[in-house]
Design a protein around this ligand. Structure first.
Ligand code: ATP
Ligand code: MG
Ligand code: MG
Length: 449
């Protein structure tokens, strides 16, 4: 990209998260991702550049190994003074609301669904002290605290364990719940513009019939302007069907065996007792919760495997953090040899492969578990982007996978974004938050009776 030939008029605000702000180019399929807060306010330009370099290396060398070449776009560093009126650096990434095959903004219609699925398993670590954590998932517990704090108006019926179950009915339920209460877990873009979900604190689009109206030409190109609840229902059903199939598809996987070891599939329970799918299920007199499991290589499988690197749970991890902190108090000069802050290279990756949980009391053991935990937390917070563009039978893209709905077919691409390694310094905060979420959940479930 010839950065110096661009000007600020070609960039539009695209969206933001807690840590970054994104602008999208109007003609090219790229975005710039600016970090909102820098880790240390007094960083020199050199340090800022190094920090960004670390983020990029982490995506390139670590997350690609876990999630697969095709799903991860690590981006490149971009120096921005020339392009815009903002000094400093940004990451330049492909615009994932567009199909990745075309470098320029296409005039073919396209829509993109972004899902932030959150943690898809229940911990089975021997270190968890609260029984409830083995029954109810973190997302479902956290909902209660978020509603109390006024972050959201009501508790969502979405439960990540339903989405990650691989069982179509449960996945449909999870996706429908995400559509009904998208919170910050679901967004939909049409031709690159947000049409559904939360853009920032101010803008929140949540009218399902309006969404259906937007998506109608994608799913029912032939019939005219039929509207009404049945029509909305049918469109959402088509949408959910397509999303489920993409999430379970293994087409984008290179099939190359990655360097990373796979983690034995959860020994913990594969459903959450707070899930509405589960409670409905019980009230229908059924007992055995169905799971089909995820096909190896599908995006959900890859994300879940990475999340499961958190094998000890924060309760088992926090003492290891304290061990390292104590050691660093005595030997502060050792901080750089422990490689807590990178570099994120092959050696770093290699160490993540040590899945043993036999604590020999060493600093090395503690550091390995901490790094695995940080990678897992990153995967628990990432977003999956699914871009879909209608295609006709006549159009032939031999090597491109196509997904079929009842009355239309789509070219699609699947990617994962927001892959910054979670900071080491966050661990005590994570520990406190875990305690808070659990104790509030217990308190409020007592009140519910
Ligand atoms: P969080 O608060 O979830 O940690 P963050 O501050 O790390 O978020 P991102 O998730 O990377 O920021 O980006 C914020 C939003 O911007 C995303 O949810 C997505 O909607 C949009 N976005 C980010 N990167 C891209 C991209 N490459 N293409 C299209 N949209 C993007
Ligand atoms: Mg994000
Ligand atoms: Mg983030």
């Amino acid at each position: 990209m010839e950065a110096d030939k661009m000007d600020e008029n070609e960039w539009d605000y695209h969206g933001e998260g807690n840590k970054s702000l994104i602008v999208a180019h109007s003609q090219k399929c790229v975005v710039l991702r600016f970090l909102k807060f820098l880790p240390h306010r007094n960083m020199t330009a050199e340090e800022v550049s190094q920090h960004l370099h670390n983020i990029l290396d982490f995506g390139k060398h670590v997350m690609k190994q876990f999630l697969g070449e095709n799903y991860v776009h690590h981006g490149v560093k971009s120096r921005c003074e020339k392009e815009m009126d903002i000094g400093g650096y940004a990451m330049c990434l492909p615009n994932l609301t567009r199909l990745q095959t075309f470098p320029f903004v296409e005039h073919r219609p396209i829509f993109c669904v972004e899902i932030k699925p959150k943690c898809g398993f229940i911990p089975c670590s021997a270190h968890t002290t609260k029984e409830i954590k083995k029954k109810v998932c973190r997302f479902c517990m956290h909902q209660h605290l978020k509603v109390l704090k006024g972050k959201w108006k009501r508790i969502s019926k979405y439960c990540p364990l339903d989405l990650f179950s691989g069982h179509k009915q449960r996945m449909h339920f999870a996706l429908m719940s995400l559509l009904q209460d998208s919170q910050n877990n679901l967004k939909i873009f049409k031709n690159g513009t947000l049409i559904y979900g939360c853009r920032d604190d101010q803008e929140y689009l949540s009218d399902l019939s309006q969404l259906a109206h937007h998506l109608k030409p994608f799913f029912f190109p032939a019939n005219g302007l039929v509207a009404g609840t049945q029509c909305t229902k049918n469109i959402l059903k088509e949408l959910i069907h397509v999303l489920t199939n993409v999430l379970l598809s293994t087409n984008s996987d290179t099939g190359r065996v990655g360097k990373m070891k796979s983690i034995p599939v959860a020994q913990g329970r594969n459903y959450c007792e707070a899930s509405c799918f589960y409670t409905d299920f019980l009230s229908n007199g059924k007992h055995k919760m169905e799971t089909t499991g995820l096909p190896k290589g599908c995006i959900l499988y890859k994300a879940l495997q990475t999340q499961m690197l958190d094998m000890l749970d924060i309760e088992g991890l926090y003492p290891l953090y304290k061990r390292v902190e104590k050691y660093l108090e005595e030997y502060p000069e050792e901080r750089s040899t422990l490689l807590l802050d990178g570099p994120y290279d092959e050696m770093f990756c290699e160490k993540l492969n040590d899945l043993s949980v036999d604590d020999n009391g060493s600093i090395e053991y503690a550091v390995t578990k901490i790094q695995q935990y940080r990678v897992a937390m990153t995967a628990k917070d990432c977003s999956i982007m699914i871009a879909l563009s209608p295609t006709t039978q006549e159009e032939c893209f031999e090597s491109r996978p196509v997904i079929k709905a009842s009355k239309s077919s789509f070219l699609y691409s699947v990617s994962i974004l927001d892959l910054d390694l979670k900071p080491y310094e966050n661990i005590p905060y994570q520990y406190k938050r875990d305690c808070k979420i659990v104790s509030h959940y217990l308190k409020s479930s007592q009140a519910r009776g």
